[in-house]
Each structure stands twice: as C-alpha cells, then as structure tokens.
Write a protein that binds this ligand. Structure first.
Ligand SMILES: Cc1cc2nc3c(=O)[nH]c(=O)nc-3n(C[C@H](O)[C@H](O)[C@H](O)COP(=O)(O)OP(=O)(O)OC[C@H]3O[C@@H](n4cnc5c(N)ncnc54)[C@H](O)[C@@H]3O)c2cc1C
Length: 463
C-alpha cells in the first residue's frame, strides 16, 4: 500500500463537543490539525442534543406560563401553538451554530473534512468519502454515542429515537416515551407541555435511576400532576400499527394508543467499525474506549474523549476532556480531568439540579450524614394556583460539616445547581451555607436557611 500523502500532528475523528474543543486548542498550540465529521459539525449537543432539546423545553414551558398568568390578572385569547414554526426556527438556529463552529475551527487553522474516518493502524486514518489516507502523529477518537432502540421487538421499525423526535412533521396528539433516563423524562415533559397526551414507560421501579431517591419520587409525582401517565415495571413488547396510529403492547399486558412511540433507553458509545481492533485499542467493560486519566487509550498516540469513553456523558465533561487532552499532548501541561462532583440538570418540568452524593451514596460512603430537606409550594404558585412543590435537599457529612450533596427539584434548579456546584467543589461546610445571607424572596434562599436536619443518619445507631 502506498504511503499516505498528507501528514498531520493531530487527527480528530468526530466534530462534536470534545473533538471541536480539542482540535481548536491543539491548533492554538501550533499543531497541524485535521478533523473529520461524518454528519454535521457541532455533534450531538449542538445538532440533536442539548441545544435543540432546550429550545423545545423553552417552547413547552409557555403552556404553563399562559395558564399561570390568569392568577396574576392576565387575560388573553386562547394561545395557539404551531409545531412547524418551532421546528423551522429551531433548525435555523442549529444551522447558525453549526456555521459558527465551522468558522471558529477555520479561524484556528483546523482543516475540516466532511467524511467518516476510520483507523487503518495506530498512525493512519482513512477518509471514507475519498479513500484518502492521512498519516497522524496523534489520533483523538471523539465519536460520541448513538441512541439504541434495544432488542428487536415486533414493530420496532415504527419506533423513533430523540434524533427523529426533533424533526417530526407534526406534534403527535399522543406520545409514548419508553425510558427512565434524563432524555426520556425531558422529552415526556416537552411533549406534555406542548399539549400531547404522554405515557412514560419504564422497566425499573422508578424513573431517573442513579439520582437521589427522593428526587425520583418527587419528580415522578410532579410529572403525574402535569398529566403524564408514568407506567413503571413495564417495557414495550410490541408496537402494532393501527391505521395512522399505533398500539403499544406493554409487558404487563396494558395497551397504550399513541401517534408516536419514542425510545430513550440508552446511548452506546460509537466504537463499531472504527478500526479499533486493527489498531489494538482496548474497549472497557462498560462498552466505552478504555482510557487513563489523561484520556490515552491502550495504544500510545491514540486518545479518546467524551461519550465514546462512557465516563460521564455530558457536554461540559467532553469539552473539558478534549481541552485537557490538548493541554497535555500539545501544550506541555499534563492535565487530568476531575470527574467528581459534576453538577448536572434534568430539563424536565419541573427541573432537577443535582451535585455530589445521593443520600444512599452518602450513607454507603460516609455513614454519619445529616439530611436537611424542605419541600414547599413556591410563591408563584400561590397566585397561579398551580399544584406544584419544590424540593431542596442538602446532605452533610456529620463529622466534617461538609456539604457532600445537593438536590433540587423545581423552577430554576439547573441554574441554582451550577452555583451550588462551586461551593460543593470548594468543600463548603453547612456552616458556610448558614452564614451566607439569604436572597429574599427566592426559592434558593432555603438552601441557606434550613436549620434543623430532617434526619440524622448515624452508623452506630444503625448497628
Ligand atoms: C437528546 C439529548 C439531549 C442531551 N442533553 C444534554 C444536556 O442538556 N446537557 C449535557 O451536558 N449533555 C446533554 N446531552 C449529551 C451530550 O450531547 C453529549 O454528552 C455530548 O455531545 C458528547 O460529546 P462528544 O464530543 O463525546 O460526542 P458528540 O457530540 O456525539 O460528537 C461525536 C461526533 O462524531 C461524529 N462521528 C462519529 N463517528 C464518526 C466517524 N467514524 N467519522 C467521522 N465522524 C464521526 C458524529 O457524527 C458526531 O458529530 C444530550 C444528548 C442527547 C442525545
């Protein structure tokens, strides 16, 4: 085989959150960088993840806002929602962002190739669009993850993932969402907010596995108050077309009629067909590419960041990993990413914000834990009449007084947890929270005014 014609210092496979950041920073250090993207520059977050989803979340929340306005004296003609306008406007914004990403990469001197790229060996990448082979001193795999529809069931061809949900031709009157993850819960909230009748089907006993149990219970109750039919302990066994509609047959025997059936049941890392075996790159037990603290794979010179490594699958984490890789390899600054205490939000209605340990984790890891919790009707709901409550919860290590976890369900939870995340990472104690002056009147002020623990867990007492 002939020698590759072009040579680069870094070849990045995948122009998503992690790949784009790594490419730009590496180029800034003077590296010759090429990035290949098989779909659209920006990756999942920009094209079919966080950004389009959040735009739909904003759209969905107007439903409640119109209803709530009446209690504050507003009367207006009955609002009419137009799905086509929302999708067209959303698509325009995504195209703008994609162009901005391409411009930023271009300005940084990164060459973008619109092609699928695969490894031929540890230092050679082949572009599938042209067959060209590129010699790369370093390769960064940042290929992300893809929605899985799970095992093949009868009628699986009628099931959509979050990708298609963002491009439906019309708002479905009835939607069945299968899954208990944050994506499933968010899309259930979006459709419900826009006026669809929503069923949320999950195989486990409650939604949002891995989150604090009280958060899971609280959110479920809130979703149900908003009319979402949450069906747990069930899976969709078959999807039967009935004219233009579908009947979903659940494992427990229930049948649910729907105009759209969406599964959000997992996003396995994109490792297939990349030539990883040929290059000798090891896959970890969780299905992601195995990497060390510096995102290096089992093959020197080949690195991997973001969802393809299946560490914490969030955009800011992929970005941080991409940046740290570029600093380490091209900037002469070996940088590890700290994956502890990553604050995160679920943009359901109401929102969830969480950082640090859940109560169950705190009990297992620390043992002596004080739980401060409050649940109350937000001030806005007093006039709007909306039946909703906020949950705020702090978990405190009883020995050190450090706040080791914070969990919020309610309006603005995502914004609040970003800031609480700083305090938790800095090792703030409950006393630090207590001496911080409240911002009044807010919901967040309860975080600094909870005086009495609702529960004191003690190892000795439990023995
Ligand atoms: C519906 C949804 C909502 C989400 N919401 C949030 C949120 O609110 N907050 C948050 O933090 N995260 C959210 N995420 C997760 C977030 O999008 C991902 O964690 C993030 O995009 C991961 O970045 P990445 O660089 O690892 O991969 P990606 O952004 O997925 O980028 C990978 C890129 O590689 C390309 N590619 C794959 N294989 C090849 C190949 N062989 N050759 C060339 N190109 C290839 C893909 O086309 C893709 O563009 C959401 C995800 C989804 C699906």
């Amino acid at each position: 085989m002939s020698e590759p014609e072009r040579r680069v210092d870094l070849f990045v496979i995948g122009a998503g959150s992690g790949g784009v950041r790594a490419a730009r920073i590496a180029a800034g250090y003077g590296a010759r960088v090429m990035v290949a993207e098989e779909y659209r520059v920006g990756g999942t977050c920009v094209i079919r993840g966080c950004v389009p989803k959040k735009l739909l979340v904003y759209a969905a929340r107007f439903g409640d806002a119109f209803e709530d306005a009446a209690g504050f004296g507003w009367t207006a003609a009955a609002p009419v929602f137009d799905w086509a306008t929302l999708i067209a406007n959303k698509d325009r914004e995504i195209a703008r962002l994609e162009a901005a990403y391409m411009a930023t990469l271009g300005k940084a001197g990164v060459e973008i190739v619109k092609s699928r790229a695969v490894l031929e060996d540890a230092k050679t990448v082949r572009l599938e669009a042209t067959g060209e082979r590129i010699r790369a001193e370093h390769v960064l795999i940042a290929t992300g993850a893809t929605p899985s529809l799970g095992p093949t069931i009868p009628g699986i061809e009628h099931v959509i993932s979050s990708n298609e949900a963002l491009h439906l031709e019309a708002l479905p009157a009835r939607v069945l969402v299968q899954g208990g993850s944050y994506i499933a819960v968010e899309f259930a909230s979006i459709f419900a907010g826009l006026g669809s009748q929503v069923s949320l089907v999950y195989r486990g006993e409650n939604i949002l596995r891995g989150f604090d149990d009280e958060v899971r219970q609280h959110l479920r109750a809130e979703l149900e108050k908003r009319g979402i039919h949450v069906i747990t302990g069930n899976t969709v066994a078959a999807v039967e077309p009935c004219g233009k509609h579908f009947t979903a047959h659940l494992s427990g025997g229930l049948q649910v009629a729907a105009d759209a059936v969406m599964f959000a049941i997992g996003r396995p890392p994109n490792v297939r067909g990349l030539g990883l075996e040929t290059a000798g790159v090891r896959i970890a037990a969780n299905g992601g590419i195995a990497v060390d603290d510096y995102s290096q794979t089992s093959v020197p010179g080949i690195f991997a960041v973001g969802d393809v490594t299946n560490r914490i699958n969030l955009t800011p984490v992929a970005i941080r990993e991409g940046h740290a890789f570029a600093d380490t390899v091209f900037g002469g600054k070996p940088t590890r990413v700290d994956h502890a205490n990553v604050p995160t939000a679920v943009f359901s209605e109401p929102e969830v914000g969480t950082v640090g340990l859940t109560e169950a984790q705190a009990l297992a890891e620390i043992g002596d834990v004080d739980v401060y919790r409050t649940s109350f009707r937000p001030m806005k709901a007093t006039l709007s009449g909306r039946d909703t409550t906020i949950l705020l919860k702090l978990l405190v290590d009883a020995a050190t007084d450090r706040v080791v976890g914070c969990h919020i369900v309610g309006e603005g939870a995502g914004e609040m947890i970003q800031l609480v995340g700083i305090a938790v990472r800095m090792g703030a104690t409950k006393a630090d929270f207590d001496t911080t002056m409240a911002v009044h009147p807010t919901a967040a002020e309860e975080l600094v005014t909870m005086r009495q623990p609702s529960m004191r867990h003690r190892r000795k007492a439990a023995e």
